[in-house]
Design a protein around this ligand. Structure first.
Ligand code: ADP
Ligand code: MG
Ligand code: MG
Length: 211
C-alpha cells in the first residue's frame, strides 16, 4: 500500500513535468510582459528535476514522504528563481503530511495541498493583491475546503482550480508590487501573474488526473 502511494506521488510529479513542458512557451511569454521572461523555463526545469528525483527515490525504495521532500529540494535547485524556491518548499511541506509507511486517503491529498499552500504563504510573505501566485492559492484553498466532503478529492480540486483560474486571470487588473514584476510597474497591467496562471493549470491537471 505505501509503495503504491509513493508510485502515485511520483506519477503526479511526472504529470507536472509534462504539463510544464507543454505550457513553457506561454508561461515565458506572460512572464516576459509581467516579469523577466523565465517563468516557463523555471517551471519546466523545476518540475523535470522534481520528477527525476522522485523516480530515483522510488528506485531507492523511499516512501511518499521522503520522495516529496527530495523532489522539493530538486525542484528548488533545478529551477532557480523565486517560484522554484516556493514550489520546492511547497512540495517538501506537502511531504510532511504523508508517512513513508502508510496509505493515503482523499483527506491526505487535501491536507498535503493545504500544507504546500501554507509553506508558500510563509516563505514568500506575499499577500492577496500583491499580484503573485498567492492571489490564486488563497481562493483555491478556501474553495477546496468548502467543496471537500471527505472523499471527493478529485472533484473538489477541479472545482477549486476553476476558482484559482478565475482569480489568476483577474490579476491582469492589478499592478505588481512584489518580485521582479514590480520594477516593470504598470507594464504588467493587462497581463496576469504567470505564477498564478501556472498554479491554476497544474491544479486543474491534478484534479483530472485523480478522477
Ligand atoms: P523569478 O521572479 O525569480 O524570475 P519566476 O519567473 O519563476 O521567478 O516566478 C515568478 C512568479 O513567482 C511570479 O509570477 C509570482 O507568482 C511568484 N512570486 C514572486 N514573488 C513571490 C512571493 N513573495 N510570494 C509568492 N509568490 C511569488
Ligand atoms: Mg521570472
Ligand atoms: Mg528570474
Amino acid at each position: 500500500e505505501s509503495r503504491r502511494v509513493a508510485e502515485q506521488v511520483s506519477d503526479v510529479l511526472a504529470l507536472f513535468e509534462r504539463v510544464c513542458a507543454r505550457e513553457e512557451a506561454e508561461l515565458g511569454r506572460i512572464d516576459a510582459i509581467a516579469g523577466d521572461g523565465d517563468h516557463g523555463q523555471g517551471m519546466a526545469y523545476g518540475s523535470k528535476g522534481a520528477a527525476a528525483a522522485a523516480r530515483t527515490a522510488l528506485q531507492d525504495g523511499a516512501g511518499a514522504r521522503t520522495l516529496l521532500v527530495r523532489a522539493g529540494e530538486a525542484w528548488a535547485e533545478s529551477a532557480g528563481g523565486t517560484s522554484g524556491a516556493l514550489w520546492g518548499g511547497a512540495l517538501t511541506a506537502a511531504g510532511g503530511v504523508f508517512a513513508d509507511d502508510a496509505g493515503c486517503t482523499a483527506r491526505t491529498i487535501v491536507d498535503a495541498l493545504d500544507a504546500g499552500i501554507a509553506a508558500v504563504l510563509r516563505l514568500g510573505g506575499a499577500k492577496v493583491g500583491d499580484k503573485t501566485m498567492v492571489d490564486a492559492l488563497v481562493p483555491f484553498r478556501a474553495r477546496l475546503s468548502e467543496a471537500f466532503t471527505g472523499d471527493n478529492a478529485s472533484e473538489a480540486i477541479i472545482e477549486a482550480a476553476t476558482t484559482a483560474r478565475e482569480a489568476a486571470d483577474a490579476t491582469a487588473d492589478i499592478t505588481a508590487t512584489l518580485g521582479r514584476a514590480r520594477v516593470l510597474g504598470d507594464k504588467s497591467l493587462g497581463t496576469p501573474d504567470p505564477g498564478a496562471i501556472s498554479f491554476s493549470i497544474l491544479m486543474t491537471e491534478l484534479g483530472l488526473h485523480l478522477g
